[in-house]
Design a protein around this ligand. Structure first.
Ligand code: ADP
Ligand code: ZN
Ligand code: ZN
Length: 802
């Protein structure tokens, strides 16, 4: 094969093609599909992925590949095809699709260097920057006082050249080990020659007698309480040597995790497991919906299904939402499968993530537990894909490529002919409807595995609290409940929905709310820095003492951020020890785990938090769960608001009374009569499903209709609206008469970062040409996007309608 088809590392619409390069002779034997290469592109060199090897090209003169970055392909042939499909399906650039599949560390880093060609003296200031070197980074000149015009002159005269270099980031971690390279006799001989003063070295020799495996140098030195200097003679006498070896950055200490054995399954679990195993045995890419109440033992079913698959030499991927990928969750998999498990999620460092990926790539593990992007784990013998909490919106990626992990899972399962499990206590309407129609296979687990009752849910009407004079954010019922638990030394989880409930600043005189000057959204108060921040751009300002509009000094914070809840709780129940978990307290790596461990060790009574604490946590002494404001979700312009409320209350309720102690849930609401709260209170998934389906049908939303959301943004409001109008008209003209085109309408947040935003929504049942039509529209606006700062976003499965 003489020609490689390569997708290059530039995400731009004009370059979203596959380019041909010739393969130099010396690479012929080495190059394979799925490798990274460095190729010339225009005046630069960039990284690319080899997608195909061939002998034919329609292009007459081809540039040669400059070098290979890999000796082993980093993308399997399956993943190469999957990437192409993903790009088409989500209308993204090829390169974005492939980048999404690989760890950050495998992406290239580019450097612009200046190469000095002349020995003649340059200007003083430039000589200072070069400081005797032949190559310097371009940024060094930019940071200096040297005018760029001077560089340009030198460039024209041939005194310097600009070089673009591709740097690898996939640093493999190496550590130094001490290795014994002599016999015991040689050790004895050496010891005999030592003077009596050399006590330390005698001890060292003693220790070396016992050292049969290479030992980490640092450990060795620590153990022997000695220095590198002292062991030098041992190296000179060729008794030991220092060797560098590749090591993994291990984010989890496996030795601390207790191994577990499969549990004796309950009947409902056994039925589910048998169905799944059967599909696997028959190489059937069936999609199972495992609908089991919280505590029904879904995880045990996953574990035993994986076990079955592993026994046949196959591999499994388990997706877990980012926020529930807690050490507790990880331990359940590591506890069962030990070193066969790799863990992938964004809280790991880049290096750790790369190492976990390499374990999969080198076939050293059989199971991956990870967040969304783990769906791309480069296994070649997949036997099972599990998506736990399948209703979670975080499985959808919100920027290029806008993919849903569920679609990728089903695609991969087809290729590998293996089953998929979608597990949840509250499956999405889309999923459950498909299961009811028989497209997916439904597995029901209606009972908790320990047969403990679901906790009693009580809904408190906060309007009545207000009428009876309670102006705090806690109902009398909740405060009494908390105090009662404190007396009994039991624990409490308080849940506050972050979205829609941040703290804003308002003037009580004129009602002015302080907004971001660049976005149409109110600023949020952050107590720690005493600042107002925008959550959509980087803007922040100091908290004003006076209203900027009427100069009144009655400016106040409103809303209930977690900080504010903590403060008032401290006032009401000063003796309660509170752990607050939100974005502010968990930014540092490991802080999430640390806080949870603290709570588990009962060093706190109340765990107060946002979404983060709604999932997966299992603390035996938690007997009360409070939801502070259940309706904060309704006020969002989102047809899934009711569904999310139902899911949330159900999930949160599942945190209470999971063990021998009975649990209670108190839900505070300003609209307690809302059906999603009613059904959640009664744990009535079927009732909720029926009611919500009827509403979706009436308003033509999924699962009855598919949606496509097109968001247009431009610094000029008129332009944004005009383009959206034209797009709506084009869609109306070119899609079928059944498609419903809504728009142009201003987006719910009309301005972000000084860009005006308009949207157009397509509701449809069957539009096989939709992607072609949209692609042509993008093409039509290509010039305007490049030159006039127009942006068009297409989301073929929108979850965020803002
Ligand atoms: P889910 O994932 O459905 O919420 P879990 O898998 O967390 O449920 O199970 C809840 C609890 O029940 C866990 O403590 C688990 O160890 C226990 N459990 C699950 N299956 C069994 C079983 N067959 N026998 C005994 N205990 C079980
Ligand atoms: Zn802003
Ligand atoms: Zn005012």
């Amino acid at each position: 094969m003489k020609i490689a088809k390569v997708v290059v590392d530039i995400p731009a619409s004009q370059i979203n093609r596959i380019f041909d390069y010739s393969i130099p002779d010396h690479m012929q034997a080495l190059i394979e599909v799925g490798m990274r290469v460095i190729v010339p592109f225009g005046s630069r060199t960039i990284m690319g992925y080899v997608l195909e090897l061939t002998d034919h090209s329609d292009v007459k003169t081809l540039k040669p590949i400059q070098s290979l970055m890999d000796f082993v392909p980093i993308l399997t042939e399956e993943l190469v095809e999957l990437g192409k499909w993903l790009a088409k399906d989500t209308m993204s650039f090829y390169i974005s699709a492939f980048q999404a599949m690989l760890p950050q560390a495998l992406k290239a880093e580019y450097h612009k260097l200046i190469h000095r060609l002349t020995t003649a003296p340059l200007s003083d200031s430039l000589e200072q920057v070069f400081a005797g070197r032949d190559y310097i980074d371009f940024s060094e000149v930019e940071a200096s006082s040297v005018p760029l015009s001077e560089l340009k002159q030198l460039l024209n005269d041939g005194d310097i050249e600009i070089i673009y270099s591709v740097k690898r980031r996939d640093a493999i971690k190496k550590q130094t080990f001490v290795k014994k390279i002599c016999t015991s006799a040689q050790l004895d001989e050496y010891a005999a020659g030592l003077s009596n003063q050399a006590k330390k070295r005698k001890l060292l020799v003693e220790f070396l007698h016992e050292l049969n495996q290479p030992m980490l140098l640092n450990t060795f030195l620590k153990k022997m309480q000695t220095t590198r200097q002292t062991i030098k003679p041992l190296i000179e006498h060729q008794l030991i040597e220092l060797v560098e070896e590749e090591v993994y950055r291990e984010p989890y200490d496996d030795t601390q995790i207790e191994r577990t054995q499969p549990l004796q399954l309950k009947e409902q679990q056994l039925n589910a497991l048998l169905a799944i195993n059967q599909a696997f045995d028959q190489r059937n890419h069936e999609v199972f919906v495992l609908h089991g109440v919280t505590g029904s033992g879904k995880t045990e079913v996953y574990l035993q299904a994986i076990d079955h698959v592993m026994k046949q030499g196959k591999e499994a991927i388990v997706l877990v939402p980012e926020i529930s990928l807690t050490p507790q969750m990880v331990n359940r998999f590591k506890g069962r499968f030990g070193k066969d498990v790799a863990v992938m999620h964004s809280a790991l460092s880049k290096g750790e993530r790369f190492d976990e990926w390499r374990k999969v790539h080198r076939k050293e593990v059989k199971v991956v537990v990870g967040a969304r992007s783990a769906i791309f784990a480069p296994f070649e013998n997949l036997g099972l894909i599990i998506i736990d909490e399948e209703h979670e919106a975080s499985y959808k990626q919100e920027d290029h490529p806008r993919y849903h992990a569920k679609d990728v899972a089903i695609k991969r399962a087809k290729y590998h002919q293996c089953p998929v499990i979608l597990g949840s206590a509250t499956p999405t309407l889309e999923t459950y409807a498909r299961a009811k129609k028989g497209v997916y296979q439904l597995l029901e687990m209606p009972d908790r595995s320990n047969l403990s009752a679901m906790p009693q849910v009580e809904v408190v009407d906060m309007r009545e609290e207000l009428h009876s004079g309670n102006r705090t954010m806690f109902s009398t019922k909740l405060i009494e409940g908390i105090k009662e638990r404190l007396d009994k030394n039991e624990q409490i989880v308080l849940f506050l929905n972050r979205r829609g409930y941040s703290t804003f600043v308002m003037c009580r005189d004129c009602g002015q709310v302080i907004e971001c000057p660049h976005c149409d959204i109110s600023l949020t108060y952050h107590q720690k820095q005493n600042r107002l921040k925008c959550h959509y751009c980087d803007y922040y300002e100091q908290v004003p003492h006076q209203c900027p509009s009427c100069e009144s000094d009655t400016i106040r914070y409103f809303g209930t951020g977690t900080q504010k809840v903590e403060e008032s709780l401290n006032k009401l129940i000063p003796e309660a020890r509170i752990i607050r978990m939100d974005v502010d307290t968990t930014t540092k790596k490991g802080s999430h785990e640390m806080l949870l461990t603290k709570f588990a060790k009962k060093q706190a009574d109340i765990l107060l938090g946002t979404q983060m604490i709604a999932k997966g946590l299992d603390f035996p002494d938690v007997t009360l769960v409070g939801v502070l404001a259940a309706d904060s979700l309704f006020n969002l312009p989102d047809f899934r608001a009711s569904e999310r409320t139902f899911q949330l209350i159900t999930q949160v309720s599942g945190r209470a009374g999971r063990h021998h102690l009975a649990g209670e849930v108190i839900v505070q609401s300003y609209t307690p009569e809302h059906y999603s709260i009613e059904y959640a209170k009664n744990y009535d998934y079927q009732g909720f499903f029926a009611k919500e389906m009827a509403i979706r049908k009436a308003f033509q939303y999924p699962p009855y209709f598919y949606l496509t959301l097109i968001t247009v943004s431009h610094p000029n409001r008129y332009q944004a609206e005009e383009v959206t109008r034209t797009i709506s008209q084009l869609l109306y003209k070119h899609l079928s008469k059944q498609a419903k085109i809504l728009g142009p309408t201003p987006s719910p947040i009309e301005r972000i970062k000084n860009r005006y935003r308009f949207q157009c929504m397509i509701k449809y049942k069957y539009e096989p040409y939709q992607r072609n039509v949209l692609a042509r529209i993008l093409q039509y606006y290509e010039d305007m996007m490049r030159k006039e700062d127009l942006m068009i976003q297409i989301d073929l499965q929108p979850y965020q309608l803002m």
